[in-house]
Design a protein around this ligand. Structure first.
Ligand code: IVH
Length: 708
């Protein structure tokens, strides 16, 4: 540090270069720290590098790098990799399971775009590689960062490891100044077999399948281990680009190929759904001889301008879908049926199986869904499996589709043991003894114990700390089980997590003095908990574990209301299941009535509400990030559409308005800022006129959003 130029004297170029050096040096220091027994530089030197980095960033904020070490909270923390926030979110894909789903996909796109069936609409079809996705960032043609998908927003920085892959160019020519290339890291069958062979010989760990082997090999703290593993990479998408790669998907892939990436040669353009399905069958027929695992075919709208118009749902693009191959099957013996109690009290039957290999993975558990499924009935009382029930001792057919929990498809009654008896589904909770009841119309039997049921409470807590919820480092499922039963420092409800340190100090139970703990690990836990006192609105809502409130729905609700306070007021006012707040909640695209009812009921329930309020009092809830709408003419405005739109469908208009920061409402009120009225507009236009609300026709609307 001694011979470095004082920050104030740095030129911009020098600063940029030094930030790059610092990012590299700190990354390397982190990796040595984790990979080797002794770090190469002292903590003091490490801190000095970090300080220097921060000083330069303060002076030149616009030079701050996407992979800035200052954003890498706890980069020296035990979990190894530093974190990278993706410049453009890494999406997942919706699924199609049969030809009809593919036809629906095409139909919904046409509907969204307002294209009739006669209009041509081309797609690409390509194999869906069964590996793990990776995003590679090139600046001025140089690879500067590689990150795993993580939760889509934040991934792990695996730059040093990615550099060891022969398929990943270190430099590329004639590329846009900023280019993020995305694709799949995978391992071929032959390389996988050879790796497992070597691992067996050296007494190392073997892998269940090529995907696990690829993931395990990429996520090595020592990049020399990654280098020794035969990983490959197919490029199929991109993130941030400073200049468009092409105007078609196919053209963009060809450019990636020209930059030196491997792209899949089975990628083809298809002009009709029939051609898409033909390509699917073609790829399926070649599946066994490809030499690497694929689990379906991905279709993407070819025209990139249309991709742009179609945009994204919360985690998946509207313009692409994965058509999955049928599941893999195997037969085995059902040894027992266990009942697990989930966080909403659902009694879920789990099949304990004689271990069997299904598609390369050993399976010994499978879900049995619910009591009707075991009895051979569907939710409406109709027959499934020709009415054959499932009994302990039966010979059953197990299947796996993608990553999902294995299921049981069929039973072979001819092999049923003579003493097998029909399964008697419990009517009491096996965990707390409370009555377990089935409400009308519900396929599931639920424990009525609520929070007195330890299984429900523990599962709720486990969900609360899970990766997509509070994600508290060092407080996972195992620790939750331990603290739940802790006589001195119990965690029975979420708020107890945030009062833990206070309680520890208060009665001097001193976690730090316990066996298996120590000052360091207790200190780490307090810090990890404190770090999560500030939490995003969507995450908080998801973490509460309210029935039907998944991650995507929680985020939709968060972006709709923006702040927790506004949401809380609205959801409280909606308790009568009518009125403007209720209508507004139902009006959110993606929120159905069942979900809305569950949400409102949870907040209306006294004990549950008290527990939520106590929790929130311990937190700082961040407002939900609305899309960056600085300068948008619609930011914060409430817009209503009425009448017929001719150049854009309602769905697209609504999505565009929301992307520009507007709230779209179904009815005109004093709160409405803008009415867009097409031909045929009736009472809404009249009311808007009475209230003096600005009204635009479709052309006016298009002009308003043009270029915004
Ligand atoms: S496109 C915005 N194409 O599948 C669309 N994904 O289930 C981004 N995957 O996370 C994905 N092969 O890891 C795309 N040819 C392909 C793919 C592919 C495999 C993976 C990818 C993604 C996952 C979604």
């Amino acid at each position: 540090m001694s011979n470095s130029i004082p920050t104030d004297d740095l030129t911009e170029d020098q600063a940029r270069a030094e930030l790059a050096r610092l990012a590299e040096a700190l990354l390397q220091a982190n990796q040595l720290y984790h990979g080797a027994d002794a770090p190469e530089i002292s903590d003091a030197d490490y801190d000095a590098l970090k300080r220097r980095n921060a000083e330069i960033e303060t002076r030149f904020p616009h030079l701050k790098r996407a992979d800035s070490p200052s954003d890498q909270v706890g980069a020296r923390a035990a979990d190894g990799f530093s974190k990278v926030t993706h410049a453009v979110r890494m999406m997942s894909l919706g699924n199609a399971f049969d030809d009809e789903d593919v036809a629906d996909f095409d139909r919904s796109i046409r509907k969204y775009l307002g294209l009739d069936d006669a209009k041509p609409l081309a797609y690409t079809a390509e194999p869906k590689i069964d590996g793990l996705s990776l995003s590679l960032r090139y600046e001025n043609g140089k690879l500067i960062q590689a990150a795993t998908r993580g939760d889509g927003e934040v991934g792990e920085n695996v730059t040093a490891n990615a550099r060891t892959l022969a398929d990943i160019p270190q430099t590329i020519e004639n590329a846009p100044a900023i280019l993020e290339v995305r694709g799949e890291v995978y391992m071929s069958h032959a390389d996988f077999d050879a790796l497992n062979q070597r691992q067996t010989e050296s007494g190392g760990k073997t892998f269940a399948n090529p995907r696990n082997a690829a993931a395990g090999s990429l996520r090595q703290l020592d990049s020399e281990i990654t280098r020794a593993r035969p990983l490959r990479f197919f490029a199929y998408a991109w993130g941030e680009v400073s200049q468009p790669l092409s105007d078609t998907q196919k053209g963009a892939i060809d450019r990636l190929h020209a930059f030196g990436f491997s792209t899949n040669e089975l990628t083809q353009e298809c002009k009709t759904t029939d051609e898409m399905l033909a390509q699917y069958r073609q790829i399926e027929a070649q599946r066994a001889t490809l030499g690497y695992d694929i689990d379906g075919v991905v279709y993407k709208v070819n025209d990139l301008a249309l991709q742009g118009r179609l945009g994204f749902r919360s985690t998946t693009p509207r313009w692409a879908i994965a058509h999955k191959f049928p599941a893999e099957l195997a037969w085995t013996r059902l040894e027992a049926i266990d009942i697990q109690v989930g966080r909403t009290g659902a009694l879920s039957p789990v099949a304990r199986l004689h271990p069997v290999t299904v598609g390369g993975v050993v399976v010994s558990n499978a879900t049995l869904h619910n009591e009707d499924y075991i009895a051979g009935r569907d939710a409406k009382g109709g027959e499934i499996r020709d009415g054959k029930d499932i009994r302990v001792g039966d010979w059953v057919q197990v299947y796996r589709a993608g990553d999902v929990i294995p299921k049981i498809a069929d039973v072979d009654i001819s092999k049923r043991p003579d003493d097998a008896v029909p399964y008697d589904f419990p009517t009491r909770c096996p965990e707390c003894g409370s009555e377990a009841i089935r409400e009308e119309g519900d396929a599931v039997r639920r424990c009525t114990g609520g929070l007195i049921c330890p299984a429900q409470a523990v599962e709720k807590l486990k969900h609360f700390v899970s990766r997509k919820a509070f994600d508290i480092e060092g407080l996972g499922a195992k620790q939750i089980e331990m603290f739940y039963d802790d006589p001195e420092l119990p965690i029975k409800t979420p708020v107890d997590i945030f009062t833990l340190q206070q309680r520890d100090a208060g009665n001097l139970t001193k976690l730090a003095n316990r066996k298996g703990w120590g000052a360091q690990s207790a200190g780490n836990l307090w810090a990890a908990i404190d770090e999560k006192r500030t939490i995003g609105f969507g995450r908080l809502l998801f973490a509460l574990g309210i029935r039907h409130m998944g991650e995507a729905a929680s985020n939709l609700i968060a972006t709709h209301y923006g702040s927790w306070a506004e949401f809380e007021t609205a959801v409280t006012a909606a308790v009568t299941f009518d009125g403007p707040e209720w209508e507004d909640l139902l009006g959110i695209d993606g929120v159905g009535e069942v979900m809305a009812r569950a949400l409102v009921s949870a907040f209306a329930q006294q004990a549950e509400r008290a527990s939520i309020d106590d929790l929130v009092a311990q937190l700082r809830v961040e407002e939900a990030k609305r899309p960056d709408t600085t300068g948008s003419p619609l930011a914060g405005k409430t817009v209503v559409f009425t009448g017929t739109l001719e150049k854009m469908t309602r769905a697209e208009a609504k999505a565009r308005a929301e992307a520009l920061g507007a709230k779209v409402s179904g009815s005109v009120s004093k709160k409405t800022d803008l009415l867009v009225a097409g031909p045929g507009a009736g009472s809404k236009a009249k009311k808007a006129a009475e209230l003096g609300i600005e009204t635009l026709d479709e052309d006016g609307w298009l002009q308003l959003i043009d270029g915004a």
